[in-house]
Design a protein around this ligand. Structure first.
Ligand SMILES: [Zn+2]
Length: 450
């Protein structure tokens, strides 16, 4: 890092000495990354053909939309941390949902290597981050962090980050917590959440216990997404950072829970016509809702921004539960079904929709994202990162050639040794698990205790 600073300083000043002052970084166009868990290329391609995803269609019309290769085992906290760090699980240390020694959810202090928000901050770029996996407790950044704790992991109900009113260290700076408070849609606030859900999904008046459980899981995630989308919109509205990162989850949870209704021929039991009428469109509607939220964020992104939308994996029928009509889960992705990546904005290549293109459709993989972000921020890419082997970033075929020619990649040394020590997972506070159960049941969709 120090060497890089010196070289930059010499280069900028053209002289043989360098003061102790921070070098002035050349401004860069803002980069906005919207992560959406579990978006599947095949599902998306069909919905684009049906004209149901107007925002994603803009990526197809004015940028590039392709498949993003992923990891196996395909666990979301692992992949989102790989996307954020450029490194694999043995290196970054987030190897699953729960830390094996303590059986507690991984927390940000357990991460062994710096993430893009640390590196960009250290280099003087501004970073805003909302809802990203394994970011609680919020780390100090040169910008704003709304952290997420996988509290659902404790309850073993669903596995998505969410927001808690009572939880400490949820934002950086700490005073940001009061600022975002009015934007939060809390899952236990049925009066606030239900109208928003009903705008997106036709929820039947009568639900049996099983259906209630499925809808309940969806409700929890929908509330988190509405909150994070509103927070991200606020961050963009109030002075967009050089790098904005945001994470939404609805298509993943709906994919896991409602796949049998989306694609009834995939399962070996009969899905009733009543169920199909009630829930057959839910997965598509989750994509439509994600498209709507993405559209709102796109409207708030700076005009010169590069907007990147990506998912960590795709989704298909769960081979283990396809014979089991009572299984909670019918969608699955553990075999590294590819996700999607789209780019829109001045440096985006205009390859159009490549989702269904067998030859050229897989434009890169999850290891390419962090190096591409470093490059877009005009920062040196750590030379040991897998997605930048040999000084080139294969994923960057989704960036326009003229931009790439004008911006040669700078490689740098590994920053890992300078990063703080990893420590054991932290607990968000006494009684948080109990509070979780209470608020979850408060939704009113849950009839059984399991
Ligand atoms: Zn995922």
């Amino acid at each position: 890092m120090k060497l890089t600073v010196l070289v930059t300083c010499l280069g900028l000043l053209g002289i043989g000495s360098c003061s102790d002052e921070e070098p002035t970084l050349a401004p860069v166009a803002p980069v906005v990354v919207i992560g959406i868990d579990g978006l599947d290329p095949i599902v998306m391609d069909q919905l684009l053909a049906d004209g149901r995803l107007p925002t994603f269609q803009r990526f197809a019309d004015e940028g590039t939309l392709g498949r993003l290769g992923t990891l196996s085992p395909t666990w979301s906290p692992v992949i989102w941390t790989t996307i954020g760090t450029g490194q694999d699980a043995p290196a970054h240390g987030i190897e699953n949902f729960l830390e094996p020694e303590t059986s507690l959810p991984f927390t940000s202090n357990t991460r062994r290597v710096p993430a893009i928000w640390n590196l960009a901050s250290d280099a003087g770029r501004t970073v805003d981050c909302a809802g990203w996996w394994i970011t609680w407790p919020a780390e100090p950044v040169n910008g704003r962090m709304v952290a997420s704790y996988a509290a659902q992991a404790q309850a073993k109900i669903i596995w998505k980050p969410t927001l808690w009113r009572e939880m400490e260290h949820q934002t950086w700076p700490p005073k940001l917590a009061t600022e975002i408070e009015p934007l939060l849609v809390m899952a236990e606030d049925a009066e606030q959440l239900r109208p928003a859900m009903r705008r997106a999904f036709p929820i039947p008046e009568q639900l049996d216990a099983f259906e209630g459980r499925l809808v309940n899981d969806m409700a929890w995630t929908h509330a988190a997404d509405l909150s994070i989308a509103a927070v991200t919109g606020h961050l963009l509205d109030t002075g967009a950072a050089d790098l904005t990162l945001s994470y939404l989850a609805l298509p993943d949870v709906v994919g896991h829970r409602f796949w049998r209704y989306h694609s009834p021929n995939d399962v070996s039991y009969e899905v009733s016509s009543e169920d199909l009428a009630a829930f057959g469109d839910y997965l598509s509607l989750a994509y439509v809702e994600a498209d709507r939220m993405l559209g709102e964020l796109l409207a708030k992104a700076p005009k010169d921004a590069l907007v990147i939308v990506l998912s960590d994996h795709g989704m298909h029928v769960d081979p283990e539960t396809k014979y089991d009509a009572d299984a909670l889960t019918s969608g699955h992705h553990e075999d590294a079904a590819p996700g999607i990546i789209g780019v829109l904005g001045p440096p985006a290549a205009r390859w159009g929709n490549l989702l269904g293109d067998k030859q050229r459709g897989e434009v890169g993989d999850v290891f390419g994202v962090a190096p591409m972000l470093m490059h877009l921020l005009d920062l040196p890419v750590p030379e040991h990162w897998r997605g930048a082997k040999g000084g080139s970033i294969p994923l960057e075929r989704i960036l326009d050639e003229s931009w790439r020619l004008a911006h040669p990649i700078t490689m740098g040394p590994s920053p890992d040794a300078d990063f703080r020590e990893a420590t054991a997972p932290q607990l968000p506070g006494e009684g948080m698990s109990d509070a979780f159960f209470e608020s979850f049941q408060g939704l009113g969709y849950l009839d059984s205790e399991d």
